[in-house]
Design a protein around this ligand. Structure first.
Ligand code: GLA
Length: 403
């Protein structure tokens, strides 16, 4: 069997998109403007963001394009090359979540702009993304951020900086979509920079861009292609369990978030958490936080082997303590780690399906894709997809002379 390096979702090129835009919405005296925001992959620091901890993600070459043109009325006309579902939404009626529809992601952003008192006209909008959906590579944060960035740009809202747009997108996800996620995805999408990972303290939002250049290695993403059933409710359950851990610890050690307690301190007092499952959740978060710090130190020393070892340890903890991996992610990681020349492999994103990320020696990338793909298929019956990640920049306007 041949496994190709592929993205399973193709974005149209910008000229094809322009043609489609006019087919959908016709011509008038205004040209649409075009924007792009990337997806992200998290290198290490999983399920730490909503615990006020550290993360180390980077932006990807994949992302979401948006073409938009202002309308004289309050209508939002929304279409995407990734979904059949088109919509015509009248903003005069407020913003109401539409059960199971992708347009909730842009609608939530419009609502957040309205909350800020920004007067919103209608728009004709066409989206196109090449981030695989539900793969844990932040296709939703990419839609949110491209919408927020484009709105701020076309409406000349100069008071909103990139970090404000990330915060606003997070609020939209928490309040409109109903996922209690942290800030990592939107921040990584917004602050992405070529050849750099973003080392972010999710409590203070202080961040540093850390050079991430893999000489002689590639960052390979493998997609389980597993349908993620109840991922959102399981995610929210983990958020609740971490809250329970904070409640158990805080009478003994003053904290509001698990990220505020160090590794050694936690091990001294962990028995105050009576529920063994909740104790393991906390153990993951607190040890993962330390792994991020160690990973950043390893990058500064150019010690990629140490970085890989920390990735492996991260997966183990997500599997045994946090229980967010599952047979598909574990199989991909196990098969990856068997290959000579793979120095680290772990699940990335929320888990429960989605993708793994591995650091693979240049000369074994083909073997990796073939062997991991074949063994995964044999063990799970599913076909994995593989992508070579290029660490890329953040949101931008794409200047077009003509469409
Ligand atoms: C999802 C969420 C993020 C983060 C990760 C797990 O991607 O959107 O906020 O919690 O899961 O690290």
């Amino acid at each position: 069997m041949v496994f190709s390096v592929t993205s399973n979702t193709r974005a149209m090129n910008i000229h094809e998109l322009g043609t489609l835009f006019f087919e959908l919405y016709g011509h008038n005296d205004q040209s649409p403007r075009a924007y792009f925001a990337p997806g992200r992959v998290n290198l290490i620091g999983e399920h730490t963001d909503y615990n006020g901890g550290f993360v180390l993600p980077c932006a990807l070459q994949f992302g979401t394009y948006l073409l938009l043109r202002q309308r004289p009325d309050k209508l939002l006309k929304l279409a995407s090359t990734n979904f059949e579902d088109k919509a015509e939404y009248d903003q005069s009626n407020g913003y109401i979540k539409q059960q199971g529809r992708w347009i909730n992601y842009p609608l939530g952003i419009f609502q957040q702009f309205e909350v800020l008192g920004i007067n919103l006209p209608g728009f004709d909008m066409l989206y196109s993304g090449d981030i695989p959906n539900s793969a844990g590579l932040s296709s939703s944060a990419s839609i949110e951020m491209v919408t927020a960035y484009a709105l701020a740009s076309v409406l000349s809202v100069t008071s909103l900086e990139m970090t404000d747009l990330a915060m606003l997108s997070k609020r939209s996800e928490n309040e409109f979509i109903g996922l209690n996620c942290g800030i990592m995805d939107m921040f990584a999408v917004g602050m992405g920079s070529a050849d750099h990972a973003i080392f972010l303290n999710c409590l203070t939002l202080e961040y540093k861009r850390v050079p991430f250049i893999l000489n002689g290695y590639k960052l390979v993403i493998a997609n389980t292609n597993k349908q993620r059933g109840l991922a959102d409710s399981k995610y929210n359950e983990r958020v609740r369990e971490c809250r329970e851990a904070v409640d158990a610890i805080s009478p003994h050690f003053s904290i509001n978030h698990l990220g505020e307690i160090g590794y050694m301190e936690f091990f001294k007092i962990q028995d105050v958490i009576e529920d063994e499952r909740v104790r393991r959740r906390a153990r993951h978060v607190i040890s993962e936080n330390q792994r991020v710090l160690n990973a950043v130190a390893a990058l500064h020393k150019n010690d990629i082997l140490q970085f890989g070892a920390l990735m492996n340890a991260s997966h183990e903890s997500l599997r045994d303590n946090y229980e967010v991996t599952g047979i598909e992610l574990d199989t991909l990681v196990e098969e990856a780690q068997k290959i000579h020349g793979v120095i680290g492999s772990r699940m990335t994103g929320a888990g429960f399906g989605g993708c793994t990320v591995s650091i693979v020696k240049d000369e074994v990338v083909d073997t990796f894709i073939r062997e991991v793909g074949e063994n995964y298929k044999q063990r799970t019956g599913l076909t994995a997809s593989f992508y070579i990640a290029e660490v890329s920049g953040g949101p931008k306007e794409i200047l077009m002379e003509t469409f």
